[in-house]
Write a protein that binds this ligand. Structure first.
Ligand code: SER
Length: 481
């Protein structure tokens, strides 16, 4: 099955199992000041996970485009992308672990056709401090499913990623972790945002025996290692708790001082990475090989007359960033100097910078719009429908940045020749005069072997604030005149 088929098959299965397929939300949430982007399928459903009644019922599913801007610098490896599609299903006080886990297994093994021998899972080890029990129930359900496929299951307590790196899973199918197996928008139990729902989760990983474990990420491989052998493909969150304003532990006293309280209903929040499941279906550890990304890479190969195999890193960055920016433009974002617009500007300027490294000196963004729009036409007709607007937005940004890109790079090389350290003042000039987002200049400076001055960020902020004050004063003068 290719990625498009997997998406369709998932929604079909969910409908067969009594789910209402709901519309996807915009990439830019309208009523949520806590976040710039929709970064998971559950985000638009927060009020319902907290207890409100959803008009479509208690069994919901969708495919939600997501942006995780915090992953920008991770892009370039074989599995991170800033934009991705999340397959999602939710039980709002309806089914729980004993229906969710077998349903996901059925999807992966019987529908998509993944090899059960290559599936590994993780479950929650419990948290004594907060009085939250170990999730043996999920582990038992997994054990039964593996047993039905003739696979025996060992269990191992790894608790943290670091400990896992030291000892490895020694082949155990089921690994128990603590924070790694807790999901909320903020992270583990202590990192949860006040008022948010969260709970223990059970993650599924696909194992690639053909990949050598990279010991730069720890001595031994295990489910949550970044060593390259295990790819996380999906996560079932058993959302049972809500974070309260005051610290304490579950069940101590009258509840007002508890860190967590039980939600009115037990929910399931499942999210699966479409791109990663499609990569597993291809038996490829590289997500850029899937049917939704490879045509973009192929276009870059054509435009640059270079091969992906030799220019993997740069091609992955351009591919991911252009796709993300096309979707942001489709959802009405335009490049700017703040918030979502700033992230979009970073994506586009970084894409242009890496395209230049591939030798594409002109007009890289607009040819990509058609490719992305065609790839997503079935599932997201809004993208081809807004093709022209999207192309105009991207072209304008490319023209603006191209005018100064080479001069800015020359300036950086000049700085690298003259100095060993680069300062916040230098970054300010690169930003103000040449339009380099500061993160792009720091990345470039490091590539040139420069050290960043200790206070570069404060120096940069001071210069920027000073400039803002001056321009505000100038505007005021203008008004009084
Ligand atoms: N919210 C969970 C995640 O993002 C599952 O949907 O992994």
């Amino acid at each position: 099955m290719d990625a498009q088929e997997i998406r369709t098959a998932y929604l079909r299965l969910m409908a067969e199992r009594g789910h209402v397929i709901i519309d996807r939300a915009s990439l830019v949430p309208r009523d949520d000041p806590t976040t710039l982007f929709t970064g998971s399928g559950m985000q638009p459903l927060l009020p319902y996970l907290l207890g409100e009644t959803h008009p479509a019922g208690t069994r919901l599913a969708d495919v939600q485009p997501c942006v995780r801007a915090q992953d920008i610098e991770e892009v370039g490896d074989n599995r991170h992308t800033t934009f991705f599609e999340m397959l999602g299903n939710w039980s709002l006080g309806d089914y729980f672990k004993s229906e969710q886990i077998p349903m996901f297994w059925h999807f992966l093994v019987d529908v998509v056709g993944l090899d059960p021998e290559r599936i590994y899972v993780s479950v929650f080890a419990g948290d004594d401090e907060h009085g939250i029990p170990r999730d043996d129930e999920s582990a038992d359900i997994w054990t039964d499913l593996f047993a039905q496929a003739g696979i025996s299951c060992d269990r191992v307590d790894l608790i943290t990623e670091e400990h896992g790196n030291d000892v490895g899973n020694r082949g155990a199918r089921i690994a128990f972790y603590q924070d790694k197996n807790w999901w909320s928008r903020g992270g583990g139990p202590d990192a949860m945002l006040v008022g948010d729902p969260g709970g223990p989760d059970s993650e599924v990983f696909y194992f690639y025996p053909q990949v050598a474990h990279d010991t730069a990420h720890g001595r031994h491989p295990h489910q949550n290692s970044d060593g390259g052998q295990y790819l996380e493909i999906g996560n079932s969150v058993f959302m049972q708790y809500r974070r309260n304003p005051l610290p304490g532990s579950l069940g101590d006293g009258d509840g007002t001082h508890d860190a967590f309280s039980e939600l009115p209903r037990r929910n399931v929040d499942y999210g699966g990475g479409l791109e990663r499941i499609a990569a597993a279906a291809l038996d490829s550890p590289d997500v850029f090989r899937i049917s939704l990304l490879w045509p973009i890479v192929a276009e870059l190969e054509r435009l640059s007359d270079k091969s992906y195999d030799e220019h993997t890193h740069a091609m992955r960055i351009v591919t991911d960033h252009v796709r993300g920016a096309v979707f942001l433009a489709a959802d009405g974002v335009t490049p700017s100097n703040k918030e979502a617009g700033y992230v979009m500007r970073r994506l586009l300027r970084r894409a242009i910078r890496f395209a230049a490294e591939l030798g594409i000196e002109n007009n890289v963004l607009t040819p990509m719009v058609d490719i992305v729009a065609d790839l997503y036409a079935d599932a997201y007709p809004e993208v081809p429908n807004r093709r022209e607007t999207i192309a105009n937005v991207l072209q304008k940004e490319e023209r603006a940045f191209r005018r100064t890109l080479n001069k800015g790079l020359r300036e950086l090389r000049h700085i690298a020749k003259e100095q060993r350290t680069i300062t916040g003042d230098d970054f300010f000039t690169l930003n103000d005069t040449f339009g380099f987002p500061v993160e792009l200049s720091t990345e470039e400076a490091q590539r040139q072997g420069l050290t960043l001055s200790v206070d570069w960020r404060a120096e940069f902020d001071d210069r920027r604030d000073e400039q803002r004050r001056r321009s505000q004063a100038a505007t005021k003068l203008g008004v009084h005149d």
